[in-house]
Ligand binder design. Structure first.
Ligand code: NAP
Ligand code: MG
Length: 399
């Protein structure tokens, strides 16, 4: 069989521990036998980040800007224990944080749906994608304790003019907080959400609490609406999808009743909380994909979980592990499909579809990793636990 050709390379960001092992196996067993894989390789493994003083991370983000599509393996974010374990020169920042800041992106997380693994909300038949604004609000807030006295919010403009508003006149102690966001960041967030919804052909719901927070949340609502009217309305109508703004309480109620198949854009705090709820309701973090989308349409695909350290320590002792590679496989298929779309390479897009379908069919036929066995219930199918490599081989036979 002739292998599928690629014209433009993917930016490949290798990573750490168990996911680094899975990374190589996925390439060897599921991709390279079928695709003449072209990548520009960046080793974001902790050792190489240390060797390059973390330059490799920013280099990989620059390459992503150049080519437009990247696939990233999970990486260690070093803490004090890792600094010792790897004898690091310093405690490097999270690679995801560095890349996100350079690409100015929004993170979209979507569950992978399998027949046999029922969400805790059984009406959810299709994925609910959470789009989380990853800048500002309570995460960059200034807060403090108040005693008896007046808290005042003051703003000095560039000419020195001062505006002051009384927050509260405390008669006893209490707490006070000030937070911010920027129109530029909100607009980037809006564009990333509209682009993502279009690329997935899914409706976009955006929620805030602008009835209460009339100016602050009102700003988010207004910016989304103007970006939509100016740049996306026609494209949405053409694609047959809708954009809806509504109150967060209303979305929560609608989401529970829905069958999924929606992109839900959330402010920073809402997205933090709701993505954990949605991930748990769908069953497992190992079945959750994550993609960073920049406002100018650059895509970086990854798994939502970490490097699965506990499994890695078993692996280096020579034990076989049943680590779930599905989210990492979907990071690859997502990146290959997007590359195919940009290069008008229908064979590559078709391969991505086949790879995903083969993965899901394998699980639906009862062959899966250990984490899924307890969740799986399907008439006439007894789930069987495979080690990671056996599972990958079972998928390969179905591509
Ligand atoms: P983790 O790697 O996601 O693993 C936590 C636990 O979740 C595992 O021990 C395992 O449970 C289960 N799990 C996660 N993924 C799984 C999979 N694919 N298959 C089977 N089980 C899976 O999180 P962590 O242990 O908190 O973090 C480990 C390292 O990952 C840290 O150094 C952290 O910095 C890094 N991290 C990286 C990213 C990223 O690059 N995007 C994200 C998060 C964390 P059992 O042990 O019970 O089997
Ligand atoms: Mg959270």
């Amino acid at each position: 069989m002739e292998k599928i050709k690629m014209t433009t390379p993917l930016v490949e960001m290798d990573g750490d521990e168990m996911t680094r092992i899975l990374w190589q196996w996925i390439k060897d067993i599921l991709i390279c036998p079928f695709v003449d894989l072209k990548t520009e390789y960046y080793d974001l493994g902790l050792k190489n980040r240390d060797l390059t003083d973390d330059k490799v991370t920013s280099d990989s983000a620059i390459a992503t800007k150049k080519y437009g599509v990247a696939v990233k393996c999970a990486t260690i974010t070093p803490n004090a224990q890792r600094v010792e374990e790897y004898s690091l020169k310093k405690m490097y920042k999270s690679p995801n944080g560095t890349i996100r800041a350079m690409l100015d992106g929004t993170v979209f997380r979507a569950p992978i749906i399998v027949d046999g693994i029922t969400p805790y909300i059984p009406t959810w038949k299709k994925p609910i994608v959470i789009a989380r604004h990853a800048y500002g609000d309570v995460y960059k807030a200034v807060d403090g304790k108040a005693g008896v006295g007046k808290a005042v919010l003051s703003y000095k403009d560039e000419n020195g003019a001062l505006v002051e508003k009384e927050v509260f006149d405390f008669k006893d102690g209490g707490v006070v907080m000030a937070m911010h966001n920027t129109d530029k960041s909100i607009e980037s967030f809006a564009r990333a959400c509209f682009n993502y919804a279009l690329s997935m052909r899914l409706p976009l719901w955006f929620s805030t609490k602008d009835t209460i927070s009339k100016v602050y949340d009102g700003d988010f609502k207004t910016i989304f609406e103007s970006v939509y009217q100016n740049d996306y309305k026609e494209k949405f109508e053409k694609a047959g999808i809708e954009y809806m703004y509504t109150l967060i309480d209303d979305v929560v109620a609608r989401i529970v009743r829905s069958e999924g198949g929606i992109v839900w854009a959330c402010k920073n705090y809402d997205g933090d909380v709701m993505s954990d709820m949605v991930a748990t309701a769908y069953g497992s973090l190992a079945m959750m994909t994550s993609v960073l989308v920049s406002p100018d349409g650059i895509y970086e695909y990854e798994a939502a979980h970490g490097t699965v350290t506990r499994h890695y320590y078993k692996y280096i002792k020579g034990e076989e592990t049943s680590t779930n590679p599905v989210a990492t496989i979907f990071a690859w298929s997502g990146a290959l499909r997007k590359r195919g779309e940009l290069d008008k390479n229908s064979e590559l897009m078709d391969f991505a579809d086949r790879l995903e379908k083969a993965t899901i069919t394998t699980i639906e036929s009862g062959e899966m990793t250990g984490d899924l066995v307890g969740l799986f219930k399907k008439d006439g199918v007894t789930p069987k636990k495979l080690c990671s490599k056996e599972f990958l081989q079972a998928i390969a036979t179905r591509i």
